[in-house]
Ligand binder design. Structure first.
Ligand SMILES: *[C@@H]1O[C@H](CO)[C@@H](O)[C@H](O)[C@H]1NC(C)=O
Ligand SMILES: *[C@@H]1O[C@H](CO)[C@@H](O)[C@H](O)[C@H]1NC(C)=O
Ligand SMILES: *[C@@H]1O[C@H](CO)[C@@H](O)[C@H](O)[C@H]1NC(C)=O
Ligand SMILES: *[C@@H]1O[C@H](CO)[C@@H](O)[C@H](O)[C@H]1NC(C)=O
Length: 352
């Protein structure tokens, strides 16, 4: 979970290449999950080129800049619900604010609507969801506060398995609708019913190395992406936007471990072309703690992603489960108690 993430990250990619099989479109003999099961293979990454300095994409990079106007959706993503007949679509409308005297937008200013269907020309179904705005507030002299744009989450239900759906999200009454995107639902659980390729990544970040990893992952056309914690590393920055490889060495005198929340928006923008079409399932890591006013933690993580928590009878976004064909994934975050004592712990224990 350290800052030397490229090594771990590339290791994970290499391992998933071997175990899950991520053949290229051209077909280079690497098998898919459907050809398994396989003996696990670990590929050590001894190449020194994979170690050392990871440089963050700067805010001037076109891939992290806002490409929409007004209340038009951005940072669009798809995630799975607990079963193959349902997914979540998430996006953000409106620009974030950071500094003094910020004014959070009213979450109802833009409606949460998804229009979808089996062909681009007939988005005949409509689903409505909910919206929220979150803040990252620091009651300390000299620190800047942040408010998100309007975060939307809409659950689509009644979908057919292994089927391509097209969708547009936003608020048609403004009008502020997104371009049309497409995703494919998972197969129904059963023998030989698996997503063909699953990409498993940790410590992704938003560095130039992230971009090579994501390019590599995308070229292998995964059906599902699992992100096992440490998303954008906004907590390696001060609220004034100054970052460091080693927060505690560089900013040893800060009153609280600050974050620079626009990094989350940059990450959402950078990832949109991939995760608006390929479902992503995220579980929290230490970089998502992001302590703020009143000791609140994990606020950005909880707000920005949709989780099949309720659908999988979890009581928290920090652990949940879902099916992807014949695979039942149990996502257990490391930041929740798992013993038998205490009310909340009881619930967690019961879930397991
Ligand atoms: C990671 O990015 C740095 C530049 O930021 C580059 O020098 C290095 O070669 C990259 N490593 C890999 C494995 O892509
Ligand atoms: C940020 O929000 C906190 C909590 O509401 C408040 O105490 C603080 O003064 C605000 N800071 C700025 C710079 O607006
Ligand atoms: C942010 O604050 C740090 C610590 O006070 C300072 O070293 C840095 O220059 C500031 N950066 C900007 C962009 O103002
Ligand atoms: C926040 O947490 C710290 C220790 O982590 C504790 O000392 C402090 O009392 C807490 N503050 C509030 C407002 O809960």
């Amino acid at each position: 979970m350290g800052r030397w993430r490229p090594l771990w990250l590339l290791e994970v990619v290499a391992i998933s290449l071997m175990v899950l099989g991520t053949a290229t479109a051209a077909g280079d003999g690497i098998p898919t999950t459907l050809d398994g099961p396989f003996e696990p293979v670990t590929v050590p990454l001894s190449d020194e080129a994979f170690r050392g300095h990871a440089v963050d994409l700067p805010d001037s990079d076109p891939r992290v800049q806002r490409r929409v106007k007004g209340w038009e959706p951005e940072q669009i993503s798809v995630s799975l619900s607990a079963t193959e007949d349902s997914v979540w679509i998430s996006w953000i409308a409106g620009e974030f604010q950071i500094g003094e005297c910020i004014k959070p937008p009213n979450p109802t200013t833009a409606a949460s609507i998804v229009r979808y269907g089996n062909s681009k020309n007939s988005l005949t179904y409509e689903a409505t969801g909910y919206s929220l705005v979150y803040g990252q507030l620091y009651p300390f002299e000299g620190l800047q506060n942040y408010t998100s744009g309007i975060v939307h989450h809409v659950r689509l239900t009644g979908l057919k398995p292994e089927t391509q759906y097209y969708y547009q999200c936003g608020d048609p009454s403004i009008p502020a609708m997104s371009d049309i995107h497409a995703f494919k639902t998972m197969p129904t659980p059963g023998p030989q019913k698996y997503p063909r390729r699953i990409a498993i990544i940790g410590d992704l970040g938003l560095t130039y190395n992230t971009t090579s990893t994501v390019d590599h992952m995308t070229s292998n056309q995964p059906d599902l992406i699992i992100l096992v914690g440490d998303v954008c590393y906004a907590n390696m920055y001060l609220t004034n936007g100054t970052g460091s490889d080693c927060y505690s060495c560089t900013f040893s005198k800060t009153p609280i471990h600050e974050t620079y929340q626009p990094r989350w928006d940059y990450w959402g923008r950078y990832m949109e072309p991939v995760i608006s079409e390929i479902p992503i399932m995220v579980i929290e890591g230490n970089h998502e703690i992001e302590q703020q006013v009143e000791n609140k933690t994990f606020v950005s993580y909880n707000s920005r992603f949709a989780f099949p928590a309720e659908e999988s009878r979890s009581f928290s976004t920090m652990y949940y489960s879902f099916n992807a064909g014949g695979i039942h994934f149990i996502m257990l975050g490391a930041y929740i108690y798992y013993n038998k004592s205490g009310e909340f712990c009881d619930k967690h224990f019961f879930f397991i």
